[in-house]
Design a protein around this ligand. Structure first.
Ligand code: XMP
Length: 536
């Protein structure tokens, strides 16, 4: 008895010694961020220069949580944002990103009015309750309604009918909105008020979607439910398809990113433009951002190539004063001092990345910029100190790069990865049997002429000689955004599983790095085989 206890104890101590020894050895090779990057403090490292060590794990990839809080009131369900570039993010891309749990930043190479309507398109995409349904009046002609549908590209043809006081008169059903009835008045063709299903606004309760869902189940064949007040004035509209989609979303793993009113999240970029006297164009910027906020904008990004500058700091300060609660992203930067400067000016989240982007030539043209992983490390420590979040912007070509970015940052911004998707703006072109879409840097000559010159500190005057800092390129057409995201998310979750990280905070905590040699890089990619099918 005594002997066997003694033997067990010896075995246990030996086992512990082995663990400690291997821990010590692991620790000598695989270092946490602070120790690792300090050891390479004279070298700029990027994604392929390092790899992450795996750790004991009880975490299954599919169980990992990917949500991230970029600011108070800015909660994403996946840490991925589409770039504010004119060949990447307009409303279609922003809708697709938010539906998958991420965020799109609408670019600013368009007029203020266009940017407002792009944001509105996202915010109005799928409502639980459509608060401002498109209405018709009883004395309108059906032909006018048809013209409106064509002009505004509406995908629906059933409209509530209201009088001049907003009182509900009936519903114009889609099956009478036909060319053959064009000359008839809406009043002659509508379903009268007493046959239209409505619910009083005050009866919607705490869960209006559940209420509407039950209504559609209880009333087979009815696909629209109108919301009215005590005076029978129209206050909104539920459609069965919206309600079904939202009900399904509630059980999906990565839910759409929505605001408190259940609208999709949307961000927009602005630049620190100057007026004719070369001063920050305060009035225009504040008025425009105010109008964006009225449309429901969730976050504004002050996007420039050099965030550590007076103009950007002034713009951030001015927006913070004018909109105390609006989340502000600002950038781009690659130093700790720059992060602290923008945080002190009032930014909630800082974009890091100068020159890593697939279309960027800033490092070649201006000779500046820092390889992305070193930049992220340096920025991350200041972000932590200032209690702001960090967004890794640019250079991401594969899911492994996202995992490495998320060991230091709270989210990533991607441009090139999404530029070939059908949701990105631009036409598909065909060359030698392959299909492409245009992808250009916001600092390319063409993009700067279209408006983004201020981002690079130049005037928009095309006659002046300006040095482009980006190229115009093509991306092969890819699958839709949700499929591209599914690949990225799958990779992030695998990475987290390998590190035993159940959420992004644990990923940042647990990551241990080691430097890779060129031979190690070759080893990491498929080699010595004839590839039949690309892996991703
Ligand atoms: P990826 O690698 O995702 O990078 O295609 C997108 C990011 O690149 C930045 N960007 C530029 N940087 N010149 C630059 O130096 C440019 O013309 C340019 N255009 C975009 C931007 O941060 C974007 O999110």
């Amino acid at each position: 008895m005594f002997l066997s206890c003694y033997r067990d104890r010896i075995l246990f101590l030996k086992h512990m010694a082995t663990i400690k020894e291997s821990d010590d050895l692991d620790g000598k090779f695989y270092k946490p961020a602070d120790a690792f990057f300090a050891a390479y403090n004279n070298i700029g490292l990027t994604f392929d220069d390092v790899t992450l060590a795996t750790l004991y794990s009880e975490v299954l990839p599919r169980e990992t949580q990917l949500h991230t809080d970029l600011a108070e009131g800015l909660h994403l369900n996946i840490p991925i944002i589409s770039s504010d570039m004119d060949t990447v993010t307009e409303s279609r891309m922003a809708i697709a990103m938010a539906l998958s749990g991420g965020l799109g930043l609408i670019h600013y190479n368009m007029s203020d009015r266009e940017q407002l309507s792009e944001v509105s398109r996202v915010k109005n995409h799928v409502h639980g309750l459509i608060q401002e349904p498109i209405k018709t009046a009883p004395d309108q002609l059906i032909g006018d309604v048809l013209n409106l549908i064509e002009k505004k590209h509406f995908a629906f043809s059933t409209f509530p009918v209201v009088d001049t006081q907003g009182k509900l008169m009936g519903l114009l059903p889609g099956h009478v909105v036909k060319q053959r009835y064009a000359k008839r008045k809406v009043a002659e063709a509508l379903t009268p008020r007493d046959q239209v299903q409505t619910i009083n606004k005050k009866d919607l309760g705490r869960d209006p979607i559940a209420k509407a869902d039950k209504f559609f189940t209880d009333h087979p064949g009815i696909h629209k439910l109108l919301v009215v007040d005590e005076q029978d004035r129209l206050h909104g509209l539920f459609t069965m398809s919206d309600v079904e989609r939202i009900t399904q979303e509630r059980s999906a793993q990565f839910k759409p990113a929505r605001d408190a009113l259940f609208r999709l999240l949307c961000g927009a970029a602005v630049s620190a433009t100057r007026n004719a006297f070369g001063e920050l164009d305060r009035e225009r910027i504040v008025a425009h951002v105010g109008a964006l906020v009225e449309r429901g904008l969730d976050v504004v990004a002050v996007s420039t190539a050099h965030g550590h500058s007076k103009g950007v700091g002034d713009a951030v300060r001015m927006l913070r004063d004018a909109f105390p609660k609006l989340p502000i992203i600002a950038g781009n930067v690659t130093s700790g001092a720059a992060v602290e400067y923008l945080a002190d000016c009032g930014a909630n989240s800082i974009k890091a990345g100068q020159g890593p982007g697939s279309i960027c030539t800033t490092r070649i043209v201006a000779g500046v910029g820092i390889p992305q992983l070193t930049a992220l490390y340096v920025a991350s420590r200041s972000a932590e100190k200032k209690r702001v979040t960090l967004i890794a912007d640019g250079g991401i070509t594969k899911s492994g790069d996202v995992v490495k970015s998320l060991t230091l940052a709270h989210a990533v911004i991607c441009g090139g990865i999404f530029a070939g998707c059908p949701e990105a703006p631009g036409e598909v072109m065909e060359f030698s049997g392959k299909r492409y879409k245009q992808y250009r840097g916001m600092g390319s000559l063409a993009a700067m002429k279209a408006g983004s010159a201020a981002r690079y500190g130049h005037s928009n005057d095309a006659s002046r000689k300006i040095a482009p800092e980006g190229v115009e390129a093509l991306k092969e057409v890819t699958t839709s955004v949700d499929r591209v995201l599914a690949q990225l998310i799958g990779g992030i979750q695998s990475g987290m599983g390998y590190l035993g990280a159940a959420n992004l905070a644990q990923l940042r905590d647990k990551a241990r790095f080691i430097r890779v040699t060129p031979a190690g890089q070759r080893e990491a990619a498929p080699h010595d085989v004839v590839e039949l099918k690309a892996g991703s």
